[in-house]
Design a protein around this ligand. Structure first.
Ligand SMILES: Nc1ncnc2c1ncn2[C@@H]1O[C@H](COP(=O)(O)OP(=O)(O)O)[C@@H](O)[C@H]1O
Ligand SMILES: [Mg+2]
Length: 233
């Protein structure tokens, strides 16, 4: 039997506004992602990437169509259920890191666990392990301003991973970093993927896309290509 996809997007549209202001930010988009894939979603500005990211991360609901993640249909969930889903199933990484400036790296990483019900045991130990996994075990008590951009993004990745999400969703994670640091962060994301983490990365950086096994290209809210390639290790 074929393995069910981890994520299934079926004929999804997201319409903003009405009448003359109506914009189909996504227009009849369909694709599946299997557990363990590394997928880049690319497209020029305004093509619908962030709209898609918000839908995949259960921050928003489609106007039409369905999104199924790990067997759960997102469009029929209440706001409360979506929040719970987000906390457990998806880890987010953003271009501007979005760390809490007054908290240490460790406290930033522990934060998502504090919203989880029921609370997990060993919140602190889990956060320490994730900081270790991203190579920051010697920076746990530093605050964001005491860290470089690349280190801040590592903290953000550790925070995204601490809840052991099914999907790591990254929107332009290298967009605020210099090219060497971007390479390091991409190597880290690939290493996490090699250890089994499903990664979806939204980018307009051709180099980031080139290093991805699968590239989905959006244009004007539609998928214009979906290609897989072998990546040399
Ligand atoms: N909240 C919104 N209200 C109205 N239009 C929006 C909104 N968000 C995005 N759009 C429009 O939807 C289209 C896709 O936007 P977006 O998903 O942000 O694209 P990308 O991330 O690829 O730049 C654009 O035309 C944009 O202007
Ligand atoms: Mg965007």
């Amino acid at each position: 039997m074929r393995e069910a996809p981890l994520l299934s997007v079926k004929n999804v549209s997201r319409i903003y506004g009405k009448g003359a202001a109506r914009v189909a930010a996504l227009d009849g988009v369909s694709f599946d992602i299997k557990a363990g894939e590394f997928v880049a979603i690319i497209g020029s500005s305004g093509s619908g990437k962030s709209t898609l990211m918000n839908l995949l991360g259960a921050l928003d609901r489609p106007t039409e169509g369905s999104i199924i993640i790990s067997g759960q249909e997102l469009s029929r969930r209440s706001q409360k259920q979506l929040a719970d889903f987000r906390n457990k199933m998806v880890g987010f990484v953003f271009q501007q890191f979005q760390l809490m400036p007054r908290r240490t790296a460790l406290k930033n990483v522990m934060m998502p666990l504090q919203f989880r019900r029921p609370r997990l045991a060993n919140e602190r130990e889990r956060a320490i392990k994730c900081l270790n996994d991203v190579g920051l075990s010697d920076r746990m008590d530093h605050k964001p301003t005491q860290l470089s951009g690349g280190q801040q993004q590592r903290v953000a990745i550790a925070r995204a991973l601490v809840g052991e999400p099914d999907i790591l969703l990254a929107d332009e994670p290298t967009g605020a970093l210099d090219s060497k640091t971007s390479e390091d962060i991409m190597a880290l994301l690939h290493q996490l993927n090699a250890n089994g983490q499903t990664v979806i990365i939204i980018t307009h950086d051709p180099e980031v896309a080139q290093a991805s096994q699968r590239v989905i290209t959006l244009k004007d809210g539609k998928i214009i290509s979906d290609t897989s390639q072998e990546i040399a290790a």
